[in-house]
Design a binder for this molecule. Structure first.
Ligand SMILES: Cc1cc2nc3c(=O)[nH]c(=O)nc-3n(C[C@H](O)[C@H](O)[C@H](O)COP(=O)(O)OP(=O)(O)OC[C@H]3O[C@@H](n4cnc5c(N)ncnc54)[C@H](O)[C@@H]3O)c2cc1C
Length: 388
């Protein structure tokens, strides 16, 4: 396996790095402080062709491989985790599920919204009573005269209230009241019966709202069903989510790389006891440890993206075990890399004047959101035993 980048990928990395450094870094503290969604960054990303990179050519997208999206996400995350997450959700997540399993009309419409309008589709799985144990979800979509009536509550939904497109995981109930298992249905913002509740006062990544979605007898056209498959519906939705996990890993990796770069630069100029910090062997070993963690995480994230297979509809989706290994390892190590980078700055690292404390709060999320580390470990173990 080799990860040599071709010329187009090198140009993409350079573009994402430049946008991150020049456009996104100077404003990153603002989204965090003001709890504000970075609409202007979305437009910059859209114009630069970084939204919908994975969308097939037949829907107007550039149809780039998943690894290209991962490369761009990693670069942007060095400077602004919130903006990098928007690149994840406009290339993976709900978009990936619809591209893999939706109808052609749904695919065409979601592609148009992402590419032309910069819509960031939201994915609504988690409920107050169903987090890791998603199969306990209670939101249901009951078939009735050519439509579905959705009832239930989701919470911690990234971009809830901002996103026009919302892919909702729900228990599908047929006309006769029979449970058809967990499926996916698209609900547009503005649909009567669809409202927004509490916005979480989150620890980090505060530029994107984490919102409660409330469905009260919300009538949705039958044409909005993305997945309805009593046997494999949940499995399909989870397959689609493996791409999102790989993207989330790339954000964690990028945040950690950004913090590490800042620390290396600072250690080369800060002096104590008449020496540069970099000349203390103990600090050099901390730096070497971070470098190893980053390199190992990068290999796992790139592997998950490069090994993505055409599972459905010509859409590349990563393998469950590889995506989970990348996510569990990267989220854990990235947190420690950022914490060690902050340590190099002493008191200054603990101040809001520098981005380190924000990066530490931001990177902590990846051990929880997108499936907790424990959930990833369960899936890895399942993969290990299934292979025997
Ligand atoms: C910033 C952020 C953004 C998010 N965005 C979204 C989103 O866009 N869409 C969405 O649907 N959800 C989203 N989530 C929700 C997220 O997916 C859930 O928080 C996560 O799946 C865990 O669910 P829970 O919080 O209910 O914890 P619980 O499931 O209650 O778990 C509590 C603890 O128990 C552990 N645990 C539970 N079951 C097991 C087990 N079987 N074995 C071992 N340990 C276990 C967990 O690892 C955790 O440590 C987001 C969360 C955050 C923090």
């Amino acid at each position: 396996m080799n990860f040599h980048l071709d010329d187009a990928q090198k140009a993409l990395v350079a573009l994402a790095d430049r946008l991150g450094r020049e456009e996104f870094a100077p404003k990153a503290a603002r989204w965090d402080r003001d709890h504000e969604y970075p609409h202007e960054n979305v437009e910059t990303l859209r114009r630069a062709g970084l939204l919908g990179m994975t969308i097939p050519k037949k829907f107007g997208g550039p149809e780039r491989p998943l690894i290209d999206a991962v490369l761009a996400i990693e670069q942007i995350a060095k400077y602004c985790g919130v903006t990098a997450r928007i690149v994840v959700e406009t290339n993976m997540g709900a978009l990936g599920c619809v591209m893999a399993y939706g109808t052609e009309a749904q695919q065409r419409e979601i592609a148009r919204r992402v590419l032309d309008d910069g819509d960031k589709p939201a994915i609504g799985m988690t409920e107050p009573g169903a987090g890791t144990d998603l199969t306990a979800l209670k939101t249901n979509a009951a078939e009735c005269d050519g439509s579905y009536i959705v009832n239930g509550t989701k919470h911690w939904i990234t971009g809830g209230g901002i996103s026009r497109t919302n892919l909702i995981f729900a228990r599908i109930v047929d006309r006769d009241g029979n449970d058809q298992g967990i499926g996916g249905i698209l609900v547009d913002k503005g649909t009567p019966g669809f409202s927004f509740g509490r916005v979480e006062d989150a620890m980090g990544l505060r530029g994107i709202p984490e919102t409660e979605l409330i469905f009260t007898d919300c009538e949705v056209p039958a044409a909005n069903i993305v997945v309805r498959d009593p046997k494999d519906g949940f499995k399909k939705l989870m397959n689609g989510y493996n791409a999102q996990r790989t993207g989330a890993s790339a954000v964690a990796l990028g945040i950690a790389q950004g913090a590490h770069d800042l620390a290396v630069e600072y250690m080369s100029r800060r002096e104590a006891f008449g020496r540069k910090l970099k000349d203390f062997q103990g600090l050099g070993w901390m730096t070497a440890g971070s470098e190893m963690k980053l390199e190992a995480a990068r290999l796992l994230v790139y592997r998950a993206a490069c090994n993505a297979r055409h599972l459905a509809n010509n859409v590349m989706l990563p393998h469950m075990k590889e995506a989970s290994i990348a996510k569990a390892f990267t989220a854990h190590e990235a947190f420690h890399v950022v914490s060690d980078a902050l340590q190099m700055f002493g008191a200054a690292g603990y101040s809001r004047d520098l981005p380190l404390e924000r990066m530490l709060r931001d990177v902590r999320m990846f051990q929880i959101g997108g499936g907790t580390t424990q959930a990833q470990l369960n899936m890895i173990a399942r993969g290990v035993f299934a292979a025997r």
